[in-house]
Write a protein that binds this ligand. Structure first.
Ligand SMILES: [Zn+2]
Length: 207
């Protein structure tokens, strides 16, 4: 029996690396994997209006092409390609109907689907895709990351705008991650709850 998995972590938790590793293991055994990512991850996507293919990139330098899930029908592709496994990156950006399509792939086609993504946004609310996956996934797993400022486990993502923590704004505003080569006005750091709360309090005092 195939299952629907949700593997989540904060920024910098190695989700894309874990996904590419899983794809590599399947491919080494001559098995087929179908890869999806989101057009909302504008860091690497080819955003030509007719593009259907984006990229999954791990910071240590690995990358693979992946279907842009918003621009194709994942259920039809699963029927067409009959993969041994489906891997989805940036799963926080999925809509609930697409999560339900992925669940149908698991239940009706008996193909395992593994979704990798963030759980909470920079305001510490669930993303739509993460919420749906927490509700519908058979297995939920956390990849651990370490707080940027101390050694506690990171459970939250903090948005920095020009280097300063911000706690209000649009939910989806793609930026770099600390350590990325990409120069960006917006960056994200993984933080523990204690550091997040402390920065938030300081931001409120400043206002
Ligand atoms: Zn901390």
């Amino acid at each position: 029996m195939a299952q629907l998995y949700f593997i989540y972590s904060t920024m910098g938790g190695g989700k894309s690396l874990e996904l590419l590793k899983t794809a590599h293991i399947y491919e080494c055994q001559g098995k087929k994997v179908l890869l999806f990512t989101s057009e909302k991850d504008t860091r690497y996507a080819n955003l030509a209006s007719d593009a259907k293919i984006g990229k999954i990139v791990a910071r240590i330098g690995l990358e693979k092409d992946a279907w842009l899930i918003e621009r194709v029908n994942c259920y039809d592709l699963a029927i067409q390609y009959k993969p041994n496994c489906i891997l989805v990156d940036e799963a926080q950006f999925l809509t609930e109907p697409v999560v339900l399509d992925l669940a149908r792939i698991v239940d009706e086609l008996d193909i395992p689907v593994v979704c990798f993504g963030l759980k909470n946004d920079f305001m510490n609310q669930l993303f739509e895709g993460s919420r749906a996956l927490l509700l519908y996934a058979d297995k939920i797993q956390e990849l651990k990351a370490v707080c940027y400022y101390c050694d506690r486990k990171a459970t939250m993502n903090m948005r920095l705008q020009n280097g300063r923590p911000v706690f209000e704004g649009e939910q989806i505003l793609v930026g770099g991650s600390v350590g990325d080569a990409i120069e960006s006005e917006i960056t994200y750091v993984p933080v523990c709850r204690k550091c997040y709360m402390s920065f938030k309090k300081q931001a409120l005092v400043r206002e």
